[in-house]
Design a protein around this ligand. Structure first.
Ligand SMILES: N[C@@H](CCC(=O)N[C@@H](CS)C(=O)NCC(=O)O)C(=O)O
Length: 211
């Protein structure tokens, strides 16, 4: 039995975007059996740090393996299910490069961009904001022609799409995909999948239950 651990509660703004969603989504796509456990949001103790050294979530337990970082969890689950990653070396390489690209080339720019919005600091008069806005626009401009010509990043749907679509969701939340129709259509396509809907509903219900 796979066990996914997330916080017992989070404030309202990040709900629906907490990274356990990526693991939930992959688990739903794979149909692997799993359950969700909670770790305290407010009181992050030694047990938490033993699984996630930055006191963050999520982490996944698979037998005697405990693994943190949403990207590493996606890669791990990809190895467990052909619904998430092909078994052949070339296919795996395709998925891995796009998984890393989502996290290391796109999210690196878009996460600070999203945080500016969350903190209501997205102000064109601010050079710091303009830096992150330009950086995000540059990444989207390169991604746009890629997504205009393919349904999914690496052939069939994979963990790379879970990562990339979830990264782009945060941009979409603040209307950042308005000038990137292929990126917007890709997010709509990915989030129309029943596994995403289940993962999102389950995350929202999990945190709401603790209110
Ligand atoms: N790179 C990590 C980031 C994990 C992360 O930022 N988790 C957030 C929830 S989405 C968290 O635990 N935030 C609380 C904190 O940083 O104290 C991953 O992808 O798993």
């Amino acid at each position: 039995m796979l066990i996914l651990t997330t916080y017992d509660w989070v404030p309202e703004p990040p709900r629906g975007y907490v990274r356990d969603l990526r693991a939930r989504w992959a688990l739903e796509e794979s149909r692997l059996p799993y359950r969700v456990e909670s770790t305290p949001f407010r009181d992050r103790g030694a047990e938490h740090l033993a699984h996630q050294p930055f006191a963050q979530v999520p982490w996944l337990t698979d037998g005697d393996v405990s693994i943190f970082e949403s990207g590493a969890i996606l890669a791990w689950l990809g190895e467990r299910s052909p619904a998430l990653m092909p078994a052949d070396a070339r296919g795996r390489a395709e998925v891995m490069q796009w998984l890393f690209a989502a996290l290391n080339s796109v999210e690196m720019a878009t996460l600070p961009w999203g945080l500016f919005h969350l903190m209501r600091q997205a102000d064109d008069a601010s050079p710091q904001w303009r830096f992150f806005d330009d950086w995000t626009r540059a990444r989207l401009a390169r991604l746009e022609p890629v997504l205009a010509e393919r349904e999914w990043l690496a052939g069939s749907f994979s963990v790379a799409d879970i990562a990339m679509a979830d990264v782009l969701r945060l941009v979409d939340r603040f209307q950042g995909l308005d000038d990137s129709p292929a990126c917007a259509a890709y997010v709509a396509r990915a989030t129309a999948r029943p596994a995403f809907a289940k993962a999102l509903a389950d995350q929202l219900a999990h945190f709401a239950a603790a209110d």
